[in-house]
Design a protein around this ligand. Structure first.
Ligand SMILES: O=c1ccn([C@@H]2O[C@H](COP(=O)(O)O)[C@@H](O)[C@H]2O)c(=O)[nH]1
Length: 264
């Protein structure tokens, strides 16, 4: 999907909501467990209940890979029913040497046909650039994450600079060729620090996890990270998909979308 198409979808739906498909077999209602492919059946319900409000879907690979071949099949079937005009994110957090990265890119972009994949930047340029060779596909690089452990490395100061490591990573990554197809992860739990991430990458889209179950603030995200193109995909996974029955899932997505609409 192109940037223009993504922005148009956001404007048309008055939403920058990403629904996280973190589908845990232990947590889905019993009615789905009777199905031949319970994960797919549950995802189908979630997609049908939320597609009026979502501009992106983000399956987290851990929930599928942990089930072995069956999980991959559920993921592939899920990808087939996501409406074509909705952006898809493989939350896989990959990162490896160049020839291996090429295989990851092939997996997610050619086989599963995702629009984007999340990447750890720790191994540097050659671990990311294979993903940027694909026209209209995106690399979403971890910038400032939502989890407590983010402080271990991302907040370390850089010698002879006022930047913290996450700022250095973001500024460096946008110097690479085709960086117009890089987005960054910026956790909603990071409050005012989010402004530093936006300053480091004024034009890039941010994928923002951490609202809902992790308690991050949508208002903080909007205040510190919006840009003239909105520039945000705000994710909620557990807060939406485990809200209850189909009606409750629909209402949870609608509520968060309406909060976004009020800000736009
Ligand atoms: O910094 C990060 C990066 C990724 N995630 C992922 O986003 C979702 C959040 O799920 P919730 O249920 O809405 O908390 C999940 O897939 C994480 O692995 C993140 O939370 N923080």
């Amino acid at each position: 999907m192109t940037r223009t198409e993504l922005i148009q979808n956001i404007r048309d739906k008055e939403s920058f909501l990403c629904v996280g498909l973190d589908t845990d077999i232990q947590k889905i209602p019993d009615q789905f467990k009777k199905e031949a492919d319970p994960i797919f059946a549950f995802n189908k319900m979630v997609i049908e209940a939320t597609s009026d409000f979502a501009v992106a879907y983000k399956p987290n690979l851990a929930f599928y890979e942990s089930l072995g071949p069956k999980g991959w099949e559920s993921l592939q079937r899920t990808m087939e029913i996501i409406p074509k005009n909705i952006f898809t994110i493989a939350d896989a957090k990959r990162g490896d040497i160049g020839n291996t990265a090429e295989m990851y890119a092939k997996t997610f972009f050619e086989w599963l046909n995702f629009d984007s994949v999340t990447l750890s930047p720790y191994m540097g340029k050659d671990s990311v650039t294979p993903f940027l060779k694909y026209e209209d596909k995106w690399a979403i690089v971890l910038g400032i994450t939502s989890n407590p452990g983010a402080v271990d490395f991302q907040f370390q100061p850089i010698a002879n600079s006022s930047d913290l490591l996450f700022e250095k990573v973001i500024k460096h990554a946008i110097s690479w060729d085709n960086s117009d197809r890089i987005m960054f992860v910026a956790g909603a739990t990071r409050g005012e620090t989010l402004a530093k991430a936006r300053k480091a990458a004024p034009n890039q889209f941010f994928l923002v996890p951490g609202v809902g179950a992790q308690g991050g603030s949508l208002e903080d995200v909007w205040q510190h990270c919006k840009n003239p193109d909105i520039g945000l995909l705000v994710n909620s996974s557990r807060g939406i998909i485990y809200a209850g029955d189909e009606k409750a899932v629909h209402s949870a997505a609608e509520k968060l979308r309406n909060e976004m609409k009020a800000l736009m």
